[in-house]
Design a binder for this molecule. Structure first.
Ligand code: F6R
Ligand code: MN
Length: 187
């Protein structure tokens, strides 16, 4: 064990701050193509470009067997009737799995199997742990009125592949239907 290596970091689930990593901030402009209702996107962007989420990732090592982890904070909000969401990705190393641990708020994860195209919706909020198998695209949505914060823990060689989904998006989307989160086919 390298005595120089910092093994303990500190996080604040209310603010999304985590020591030991750099923060990435994603605004509506960064994620706009993920939303179905582009008229609603334009209407919001006419007067503001809200921050949708922030992620701080800690990468303690890059040798085989190492883990990386990140703290995400996804703010509450809607674009049309679609909940604020993360871009979503496959792992570059397709077999790399991930564990998501919900800390605060209410939300869900949309999982899509790369081979079969099948979708699953899993609850992600305070008290939920979601296992994301390899070969599975994953996206997080905030279905509540408060920030959704969560940890993701993944193999150091997982990497992120945003390209495939940037082109065709997920097959399903989560919308608010009379106050109920409802999974629909994306047009
Ligand atoms: C890491 C991971 C999460 C996401 C975070 C933001 O593998 O799944 O830490 O990176 O939820 O989502 P994306 O990366 O899709 O913008
Ligand atoms: Mn991931």
């Amino acid at each position: 064990m390298n005595p120089e290596k910092i093994l303990t970091q500190h996080y604040n689930p209310e603010t999304g701050d985590l020591t030991g990593g750099a923060k990435v901030v994603r605004t509506l402009k960064d994620v706009r193509s993920s939303f179905q209702d582009q008229v609603a996107v334009d209407r919001i962007l006419e007067h503001e470009n809200p921050v949708l989420y922030e992620v701080v990732a800690v990468e303690p090592g890059d040798t085989p067997g190492d883990l990386h982890y990140g703290l995400g904070i996804l703010y509450p909000g809607m674009v049309g009737n679609e909940y604020y969401l993360t871009k979503g990705h496959y792992h570059e190393t397709r077999e790399a799995a991930e564990v998501y641990i919900g800390l605060t708020g209410e939300g869900a994860m949309l999982l899509e199997d790369e081979e079969t195209g099948e979708s699953r919706l899993e609850s992600l909020g305070a008290g939920n742990v979601v296992y994301v198998p390899g070969h599975t695209a994953h996206r997080t949505m905030n279905t509540g009125n408060t920030p959704l914060t969560y940890f993701g823990i993944y193999p150091s060689n997982a990497g992120h592949d945003y390209g495939a989904l940037a082109e065709r998006n997920f097959r399903k989307m989560l919308i608010d239907e009379d106050g109920t989160p409802t999974l629909m086919d994306r047009a």
